[in-house]
Each structure stands twice: as structure tokens, then as C-alpha cells.
Design a protein around this ligand. Structure first.
Ligand SMILES: Cc1ncc(C[n+]2csc(CCOP(=O)(O)OP(=O)(O)O)c2C)c(N)n1
Ligand code: SF4
Ligand SMILES: [Mg+2]
Length: 317
């Protein structure tokens, strides 16, 4: 059953499965995204979370911020924890060994950071998608290993200064391009993959609801602005997210069944990438003499990706 959402007030107060009483930094986008996802559905949920800011800051024994069943196993395997729960549920149901559930099957939802998703838990996620578990995997993509002090991950974009790709006299920061996780997950033939951002809550709700109504593995890549590691003021999380989606640093789109691509947000006015980069301390060295070529490369890459997405959408593949 799809939850009817009338307006933002009803949406933001309609479910309390994730408490504000947690240790995430003020302004952390992780908590906004989690609340948006949980509030998008009325279904019973079984949730797992990998080690990372979300888990560490919401489950300090003996406290929890989760008013929901919730599993933590390790950094790399929130995906397999939830896949195991889903497989067990299916078997118990088949054997008629579940208490009467009134016909309400729960949904199975896994959260992981980009370090847990793009890098260390990747093979486990890939296995879950290959086996076709009926689950949703959400990556809280803040483009850095935030919880352990800001090391680069394969989601960290070029030019970002992190503790393991520091900018300085001999380096402009991260050398590699951000890994294209959405294409990789779509290439698994997943029935539904999508990028979301917390500033576009209606788009988020639509995609989360479509994801929960889809049978099989669903991947959601959620842009999660990190005030601490991106280095911007704590009251700018949503305007930072606007800069990301309006500069197309983080385009919003979805891919169904590995091929049908749909762009879900077209900025009325596309802003230059330098406005996005200039608002964050992690990129401030790019504005120094000698590093301008990285900003130019960023702009070129973003333009090319946008052209590519539009061509694919037009072609219906
Ligand atoms: C196998 C393993 N390797 C490393 C760690 C240490 N560790 C815990 S959280 C973390 C960083 C998490 O980064 P990410 O997944 O991006 O989540 P974020 O904290 O950024 O939300 C690391 C490296 C661990 N707990 N287990
Ligand atoms: S370090 Fe970043 S991701 Fe972690 S709690 Fe703080 S703002 Fe959130
Ligand atoms: Mg991270």
C-alpha cells in the first residue's frame, strides 16, 4: 500500500521511526535523508546499517535513535544482513511458520555510507543484487569516510582535499574521478536504481515508493552533504544540496531494468560548477593559481555527463 503524502507538514511529522535524539553533527544530511525515506512509507520495515556515522551516532549502547527493528553487523555487510533476513522471512512464510501478519509483508532496507558501499562492502552488495533479493539498499553518499576522520573513498571526487588526499604545495587533492555507482548497479540488471538528494523531498518520496513497490533489489544513491568534511556552515545543508543538484554535480535520475533512463529534475537555471565548489572548504585550494584546470575539468565532466544522460533518455535506453 502506497502512503498518500499531502504536503510537507504532514510528511515531516507523519512517522517517528527515527529520533532526533542522536549524535550526528548538527546539519548532517544523513538524518534528513533517513527521515525522508522512513516517512515515505507506512510499511513495516526491517532495517540494517553498516558501521559509519549513521550507525555510530544512533546506536550507542544502551541507547538507540531507532523506533524500528534494526540490525548492525559490520562495516561491509549491511547488505547481506538484510538479504539474510529477507531470505529467512520468505522461507518461514512458505512453511507457514510466521505469526499471522494480517497480510502485511515487511520491507527490507539496508543503509551504508559510500566507504561501505563503493569500496569495502561492494562485493557483498553485488552478490545480493545478483541473487535478486527483494530489498532496498541506500547509500548515504557523503563522498568520504567521515566517521573515521575523513579519508578518501572511491566516491570522493577529483580535487577534494581529504586526510588521505591532502591538498598542498605538491598536490591539488584527490586525483581520481568519482566512481559511477549508479551505472554499476544498473549493470547488475537491477529493476530500479536512482539518485536522490534531501532538498528534493518529493522526488525522494516518489523514488522510495517506486522502490518499495518494486520486486527485487533496488539501489538508491543519496547525496548526503557532510558539514564536517565538506567544510561548510551547519545551517547550509539544504542550500549546499541545492548547489549540488542545480550545478548538476549530482544529477537526479533513475534507471529501470538496467536500461530505461529518466531524468527526474532539470534545473531551471543550471549554475556553474565553481559556485558549488567555492561553497566548500574541501575545494578551496582549487581557486588558487595553478589549480584552475581542475575546475575546468570538473565543468567539462559535468557537461559531458549531462549530455550523455539526456541522449540516453531521448534514445529510451
Ligand atoms: C572492516 C572494517 N574496516 C574499517 C572499519 C573502520 N571504519 C568504521 S566507520 C568507517 C568509515 C565509514 O565511512 P562511510 O561508509 O563512508 O560512512 P560515513 O561515516 O561517511 O557515513 C571506517 C573506515 C571497520 N569498522 N570495519
Ligand atoms: S561527520 Fe559528516 S556524516 Fe558524520 S555526522 Fe558529521 S556531518 Fe554527518
Ligand atoms: Mg561516507
Amino acid at each position: 500500500m502506497t502512503k498518500q503524502i499531502k504536503n510537507l507538514k504532514q510528511f515531516s511529522t507523519s512517522a517517528e521511526r527515527f529520533e532526533g535524539a542522536n549524535d550526528l553533527c548538527p546539519g548532517c544530511a544523513h538524518s534528513i535523508i533517513v527521515r525522508e525515506i522512513l516517512n515515505a512509507t507506512e510499511s513495516d520495515l526491517v532495517i540494517s546499517a553498516s558501521t559509519g556515522c549513521l550507525e555510530v551516532c544512533t546506536a550507542k549502547y544502551p541507547y538507540t535513535a531507532w523506533d524500528n527493528s534494526w540490525i548492525h553487523i559490520g562495516f561491509e555487510n549491511s547488505s547481506t544482513a538484510i538479504a539474510g533476513a529477507e531470505a529467512m522471512y520468505k522461507v518461514l512464510k512458505k512453511k507457514n511458520r510466521l505469526p499471522n501478519d494480517g497480510g502485511r509483508d515487511p520491507k527490507f532496507l539496508a543503509f551504508g555510507g559510500d566507504g561501505a558501499t563503493y569500496d569495502i562492502g561492494f562485493q557483498w552488495i553485488s552478490g545480493c543484487f545478483e541473487r535478486g533479493h527483494d530489498m532496498m539498499y541506500v547509500c548515504l553518499d557523503n563522498e568520504v569516510y567521515a566517521n573515521t576522520g575523513g579519508q578518501r573513498s572511491s566516491s570522493t571526487p577529483i580535487g577534494a582535499s581529504t586526510t588521505t588526499s591532502p591538498a598542498g604545495r605538491v598536490s591539488y587533492g584527490e586525483k581520481m574521478m568519482k566512481k559511477d555507482m549508479l551505472s554499476i548497479m544498473a549493470a547488475h540488471g537491477a529493476p530500479f536504481v536512482a539518485q536522490v538528494a534531501p532538498n528534493h523531498w518529493k522526488d525522494m518520496v516518489k523514488k522510495v515508493q517506486q522502490g518499495f513497490n518494486t520486486e527485487g533489489p533496488v539501489y538508491i544513491n543519496a547525496m548526503s552533504a557532510c558539514t564536517t568534511e565538506w567544510k561548510f556552515p551547519i545551517d547550509k545543508t539544504i542550500s549546499m544540496s541545492d548547489l549540488a543538484t542545480d550545478s548538476l554535480a549530482f544529477p537526479l535520475y533513475q534507471i529501470e531494468n538496467g536500461n530505461k533512463l529518466t531524468i527526474t529534475y532539470r534545473p531551471k537555471k543550471i549554475i556553474p560548477i565553481r559556485d558549488y565548489l567555492g561553497a566548500q572548504g574541501r575545494f578551496k585550494h582549487l581557486f588558487k593559481k595553478g589549480n584552475e584546470h581542475i575546475i575546468e575539468q570538473w565543468q567539462k565532466d559535468v557537461d559531458e555527463k549531462w549530455d550523455y544522460l539526456q541522449r540516453r533518455e531521448e534514445a529510451g535506453v
